[in-house]
Ligand binder design. Structure first.
Ligand code: UDX
Length: 442
C-alpha cells in the first residue's frame, strides 16, 4: 500500500519510518525544504534512538522517500496521514491552521479515493472540519472523488518513539466508514496479526481518547508531586508512597515519579487545549485545571527550595549553580516546555549564575534561554558544570548522571549542595551524607 505522511516532526517522521518498516511504500512530505534536504542526505533533524538505522534501511529498500511536493504525495498515496503541529494559541486552544491547510492541499491534488488519517492531536470536531474542508474544495474543483477521514491518534513518547510505534499498547481508529476501517487495518496489518489491541470507534471518540489519556497522565504526575510537597513537610517518603500505591493494580506504579513538574510537547499543550475545549462546550475541566496549576507551582517550589537553602535572604547573588540536564526528559534534545526553563529563569532572577550541561539539549537551550544572556553558561560535561559551583541541580535523569563519578563532582565544588529533582540518588546513604542532599518528597 502507498502511504503519504505530511509533516516530518516527531510524530510524522517516526510514523513514516515505522510504516515503511511495516512494508508500506511511504512518502514523507514537509514544506520545510531544509528539513527534507537533510532527510534526503540521511540526516535526522531530531534526536531519537534507533530511528536513523530504520530510516537508512528503508530508504535503501526503496520503501521510504522524502519530498516537498504535495501533488506527488497526494497522487501517489492511498492513505495520507496529517501529522503537522497544532501549537497552542494565546488562549490555550489548539491552532488548526496547519491541519486545515494540509486538508486543502490534499483536496486540491486529489485524483481518486483517499483515506485521510489524522495523527495530529486535535480538538473534537476537527475530523469533521477536515471532511468539510476537503469536500468544499472538491466542489469548487467540480470533482466528486470519494474520500474518508479517520482519526488515528498517536501515543508515542519522545526518546522511546521507535519502540512505542513498533509495539504500541493500542491502536485507535475512529471512522464511520467500513471501507476506511478495512484499509486502516491493512496499514497496521503487522500489529493486527501480532494481537495488538485495536479500538474501532467514531471520529469524535478517537479524538477525545488522545486528550483524555494525556490529561490523565498529567493529573497523575501533578498528584504525586503534590504528595511529594506534603511528604517533605510531614517527614514521609514519596517514593515509598508511590511504590505502595502502585501495588494496587487499579493505580499502577507507572507515572508516579515525583519531580520538577511535567514538560514536553504534549502534556502542557494538551491539558490547556482540553480545558479550552471544555470552556467552549460549557464544562469546566476542574481536575485538569488544577493539575496545570499544580505543575506551575511545582516548578516554583523547586526554585524556592534552592534559594532557601543556598541563598541568603531570598537572594542567590554571588552563587553559581550547576544544572545537569536541560531537555524535558532523557534521550531527547527537546526543550519544549521543559521545567528547566522556568526553574533556571527563577534562579537567575534570584541572582544566580548558571553553569549548565545537557547531553543533547544545549543547542535548543541556547536560543530558548538567550534572554538570560551571560547568566547561563554551557559546559562540555557534568564535571565542568559542577566546577566551583555552590550547588548542582539534577534536572533530567539522563543515564550518565546516574553513573557519574561523584568524588570528582564533589572535589570540584565550592559547596556541596545537591538538588536531585529526579530522586535518582535518594536511596544511596553514603552519597546523601557526602553532600547536602535534597530530593523531591523525601
Ligand atoms: C507523552 C505521552 O507519554 C505520550 O503517550 C504522548 O503521545 C505524548 O506525550 P512525552 O511527552 O514524550 O510523551 O513524554 P513522557 O515520557 O510521557 O513524559 C512527559 C513529562 O512527564 C516529562 O516532563 C517527564 O519528566 C514527566 N514525568 C513522567 C514525571 O514527572 N513523572 C513521571 O512519573 C512520568
Amino acid at each position: 500500500m502507498n502511504i503519504g505522511v505530511v509533516g516530518t516532526g516527531y510524530v510524522g517522521l517516526v510514523q513514516g519510518v515505522i510504516l515503511s518498516e511495516f512494508g508500506m511504500n511511504v512518502i514523507c512530505m514537509d514544506v520545510d525544504e531544509g528539513k527534507i534536504d537533510m532527510l534526503k542526505r540521511g540526516k535526522i533533524p531530531i534526536y531519537e534512538p534507533g530511528l536513523k538505522e530504520l530510516l537508512d534501511k528503508n530508504v535503501q529498500a526503496k520503501r521510504l522517500r522524502f519530498t516537498t511536493d504535495m501533488k506527488e504525495t497526494t497522487e501517489n498515496s492511498d492513505v495520507i496521514f496529517i501529522a503537522v503541529g497544532t501549537p497552542p494559541k494565546e488562549d490555550g486552544s489548539a491552532d488548526l491552521q496547519y491541519v486545515l491547510q494540509v486538508a486543502e492541499d490534499i483536496a486540491k491534488n486529489m485524483n481518486g479515493y483517499k483515506v485521510v488519517g489524522n495523527k495530529s492531536t486535535v480538538p473534537v470536531g476537527t475530523g469533521k472540519l477536515v471532511q468539510k474542508t476537503i469536500k468544499s474544495i472538491l466542489d469548487k474543483r467540480g470533482m466528486n472523488y470519494e474520500f474518508d477521514v479517520v482519526s488515528n491518534p498517536e501515543f508515542l513518547r519522545e526518546g522511546k518513539a521507535v519502540k512505542d510505534c513498533l509495539t504500541p499498547d493500542r491502536v485507535v481508529i475512529g471512522t464511520e466508514s467500513d471501507k476506511a476501517r478495512e484499509i486502516m487495518k491493512n496499514v497496521y496489518d503487522v500489529l493486527y496479526i501480532n494481537q495488538t489491541p485495536f479500538v474501532f470507534t467514531n471520529i469524535e471518540t478517537a479524538e477525545m481518547i488522545k486528550y483524555a489519556s494525556n490529561a490523565f497522565l498529567a493529573v497523575k504526575i501533578s498528584y504525586i508531586n503534590e504528595m511529594a510537597l506534603l511528604s517533605e513537610k510531614v517527614g514521609a517518603d514519596v517514593q515509598e508512597i508511590a511504590r505502595a500505591m502502585g501495588m494496587d493494580e487499579r493505580i499502577s506504579p507507572k507515572f508516579l515519579q515525583a519531580g520538577p513538574g511535567f514538560g514536553g510537547s504534549c502534556f502542557p499543550k494538551d491539558t490547556k487545549a482540553i480545558v479550552d475545549i471544555g470552556k467552549k462546550y460549557g464544562e469546566d475541566m476542574i481536575v485538569i485545571e488544577a493539575a496545570i496549576k499544580a505543575n506551575e507551582k511545582q516548578k516554583q517550589k523547586m526554585v524556592e527550595k534552592i534559594v532557601n537553602n543556598v541563598g541568603e535572604q531570598g537572594s542567590l547573588e554571588g552563587r553559581t549553580i550547576g544544572v545537569l540536564g536541560l531537555s524535558f526528559k532523557p534521550e531527547t534534545d527537546d526543550m519544549r516546555e521543559a521545567p528547566s526553563i522556568d526553574i533556571i529563569e527563577g534562579l537567575v532572577k534570584a541572582g544566580a549564575k548558571i553553569q549548565s550541561y545537557c547531553p543533547q539539549g544545549m543547542k535548543e537551550a541556547k536560543w530558548r534561554l538567550e534572554h538570560l544572556g551571560n547568566s547561563v553558561k554551557y559546559t562540555s560535561n557534568e564535571y565542568e558544570a559542577a566546577k566551583e559551583a555552590n550547588a548542582i541541580v539534577i534536572m533530567t535523569e539522563w543515564y550518565q548522571f546516574r553513573e557519574m563519578n561523584l568524588e570528582k563532582i564533589k572535589e570540584n565544588m565550592k559547596d556541596r549542595y545537591l538538588f536531585d529533582l529526579r530522586n535518582i540518588y535518594s536511596k544511596r546513604e553514603k552519597l546523601v551524607s557526602d553532600f547536602k542532599y535534597f530530593g523531591v518528597g523525601n
